[in-house]
Design a protein around this ligand. Structure first.
Ligand code: R5P
Length: 297
């Protein structure tokens, strides 16, 4: 039977491309806030025995998590055969260790919370660092698709003589995969984080790459400080103004403008989070993964 897709986000572009590609029927959800701030949810479609796909990218997760869980719980309660989530950006993956005594390891807690109310999840390049796979923290099938081949394709079409730069060891997995697919050289820097908005990044040794276009590649751009510090070093060193590529462009506060002001030539992201920098479309990648997970459920 045709799966039902519920898009919970305002920006409908990616969800619409996915539902067309997988042949899902779009279902409307009535959702609003009561005057006291509580959430009201109502499906206006019969869900009994249907596979239900929820679509919501999880930037701003604290605002979205409770309505998402209520929606998933309501769908199960109304008899859905399965309830899956497509979240192109999966939040809470960076707190993957107790760095200071007493801290919550929220990557694990968030994964448990989602696992308890969903049958499967599909996402794009989650920040896997100290957990080496989603299956270590999720109790449900949790599928990660990778944007590297599409990022590499964008680079091959858009940049001559690219030099890929990863700002820290955590970015190695993304930079190495993109560099391999784009057949470009790469280097990885060292980052020291002193606070949410304060980072130091080592100076790139780029003497042998003069004449190349530096391309900074990272999974997440949040405050933009990681990109900004690296851009400053490159510009000071007389390199060309770099292109910054992020899989997930969160851009807290003025991050996008701050990165441009620091000297970026261009900022490019995939469309996991809707933003003016989106230039790499992941709809086919996500659709293939959702089709595959549905065929197995
Ligand atoms: C963390 O290690 C990630 O890979 C990114 O480097 C980080 O999230 C970037 O954060 P910000 O833009 O705040 O420097």
């Amino acid at each position: 039977m045709q799966p039902l897709l519920v898009c919970l986000q305002d920006d409908d572009g990616l969800a619409a491309a996915v539902d067309t590609a997988i042949g899902a029927r779009r279902v409307q959800l009535e959702r609003r806030q009561f005057p006291d701030g509580e959430t009201y949810i109502r499906f206006d479609t019969e869900l009994r025995d249907r596979d239900v796909i929820l679509f919501w990218t999880l930037d701003n997760p604290d605002r979205k998590a409770l309505p998402l869980l209520f929606t998933a719980m309501a769908a199960r309660d109304l008899g859905a055969a399965s309830v899956g989530l497509v979240c192109p950006y999966l939040a809470y993956m960076r707190q993957d260790e107790r760095f200071r005594s007493g801290e919550a390891i929220t990557s694990i807690h968030f994964a448990k919370l989602l696992s308890n109310h969903l049958d499967w999840l599909v996402t794009v390049d989650p920040h896997l660092h100290r957990h080496d796979s989603l299956s270590k923290i999720f109790d449900i099938p949790a599928i990660a698709v990778h944007a590297a081949p599409l990022i590499a394709e964008w680079i091959q079409h858009s940049v001559e003589w690219p030099l890929l730069i990863g700002p820290d060891e955590e970015s190695l997995q993304w930079v190495a995969a993109v560099a391999k697919a784009a057949q470009a050289p790469f280097t990885v820097l060292r980052k020291t984080r002193h606070g949410d908005r304060k980072v130091d990044v080592s100076f790139p040794e780029v003497d042998r790459w003069r004449g190349y276009t530096p391309i900074l590649v990272d999974d997440i751009i949040s405050t933009g400080q990681t990109m900004i510090k690296t851009i400053q070093h490159l510009v000071e060193d007389g390199m060309q103004h770099p292109i910054c590529i992020g899989v997930h462009g969160i851009f807290s506060d003025e991050a996008f403008h701050d990165i441009m002001k620091a000297g970026a030539n261009k900022v490019v992201t995939t469309n996991t989070i809707c933003h003016q920098s989106n230039a790499i479309d992941l709809s086919q990648l996500l659709s293939a993964a959702v089709k595959d997970v549905l065929s197995k459920s």
